[in-house]
Ligand binder design. Structure first.
Ligand SMILES: [Zn+2]
Length: 393
């Protein structure tokens, strides 16, 4: 079925499309949904709390603030911001200073399924009247503790190196360029996004990551007029496997982006760097074509979905991962957060005792596109560390 072609010369009109479909959402692989409004607290909250609080508090977090550590089974424990990060912006440098990162390969157990397995998607979430929609990311949550501990160790080592190199307390992460191959799937005109839209999407990614160490260069575009893939691919199904098998190119350092329509309300999903060795053919980001700049996904059409998913591809978790408990998202300077954000609230603080609002403007939350505009220094260091080790970037 892979009638893929590699033509990238003509700009074709974007298909007009109404994007919420029947919404038969079946999170077969532990999707963390952020259903709208009323459902948000129950469903999403339970997803968050059931995750990594079981992770060991001795897993090597560079937590110098004496922040409260979590105990197994504890429901909510406040997680405090690590003082290891200076209160100044990161500086991005262009030299390729060697890090002291170990290049030792990590062999892991089988890829864990997300804790979202078995979650029941609320009926209202399936309603055709789902307006406004919320972000719905199908990235499979990592539950492999060994991979988590390795990621934290790599990040801690990277931070140590950066702090040694820092001047006046300014951390300087390396500037890395990522080559991008863009795979457009479409059904006739539907989804056949123009080259200029693709260019705008890459620009949006470059803008978002400019202060955090990454740039992106489009090296090729493929177009596949394949309605089966376009309408049917979702996280973890056989069509995803088929599509990637036919289209994916390059090694761990190459970012393969795929646009589809999705049958189930997803905005996108991604793989993590530490999963590459186990499943190289699955590597990449799949996202809803209408989330690209100027698309039809109302509230989610500034290209921030790709920014969010690429954050996973570079090694980041959702800011609400693990809820309020340590280690949360395994990043020390993102405030603890119990559940995903919907829309762009003026005030939100779901973890008491930390006196810090939820990071609703962080690209790794579920807020609407206009709300998202930042990463943190800790996230930049983690992306730097994990892409050095696993993607050789
Ligand atoms: Zn996500």
């Amino acid at each position: 079925m892979g009638n893929a072609t590699s033509v990238n010369t003509t700009s074709k009109p974007k298909g007009n499309h109404t994007e919420v479909t029947s919404a038969q959402s079946t999170p077969t692989k532990g999707s963390l949904a952020g259903p709208s409004t009323a459902q948000n607290g129950t469903h999403a909250g339970s997803a968050g709390e059931g995750t990594s609080k079981q992770a060991s508090a001795s897993a090597g977090e560079a937590n110098q603030s004496g922040a409260v550590t979590s105990k197994k089974g504890e429901e909510k424990k406040d997680r405090k911001i690590d003082s290891a990060f200076p209160k100044v912006p990161l500086k991005v440098v262009h030299d390729n200073a060697n890090s002291s990162l170990s290049s030792k390969k990590h062999s892991s157990a089988s890829k864990g399924k997300g804790d979202g397995d078995g979650l029941t998607v609320p009926t209202a979430w399936n309603a055709a009247s789902l307006i406004p929609r919320t972000r719905f990311c199908g990235t499979v949550e990592n539950t492999n503790k060994t991979k988590d501990e390795m990621s934290r160790k790599l990040t801690k080592e990277r931070l140590h190196v950066l702090k040694k190199q820092s001047k006046n307390g300014v951390l300087a992460v390396q500037k890395k360029n990522v080559d991008v191959v863009f795979h457009v799937t479409h059904d006739g005109n539907d989804g056949n996004v123009s080259d200029s839209t693709i260019s705008d999407q890459i620009k949006e990614m470059n803008q978002a990551y400019a202060n955090y160490g990454f740039s992106f260069t489009l090296t090729n575009t493929t177009r596949s007029d394949n309605k089966t893939w376009f309408h049917g691919v979702t996280s973890g199904n056989s069509l995803e496997t088929d599509m990637k098998k036919a289209l994916r190119v390059g090694d761990a350092s190459i970012l393969n982006l795929y646009t589809v329509k999705f049958p189930d309300n997803l905005l996108g999903f991604s793989t993590f760097p530490f999963d590459y060795d186990d499943a190289p053919n699955s590597d990449g980001v799949v996202f809803l074509y209408s989330t690209m700049p100027g698309g039809d996904a109302q509230g989610y059409n500034q290209g921030k979905t790709a920014v969010h998913e690429v954050g996973h591809w570079l090694g980041l978790y959702h800011t609400f991962q693990g809820g309020c408990a340590d280690p949360g998202d395994s990043v020390d300077d993102t405030p603890p957060q119990a559940e995903p954000t919907s829309g762009c609230p003026t005030k939100k603080d779901t973890c008491t005792g930390d006196s810090l609002p939820d990071p609703i403007h962080n690209y790794m939350d579920y807020s609407s596109d206009p709300c998202l505009n930042q990463f943190t220094q800790g996230q930049a260091v983690r992306m730097d560390a994990l892409t050095s080790h696993y993607r050789k970037l």
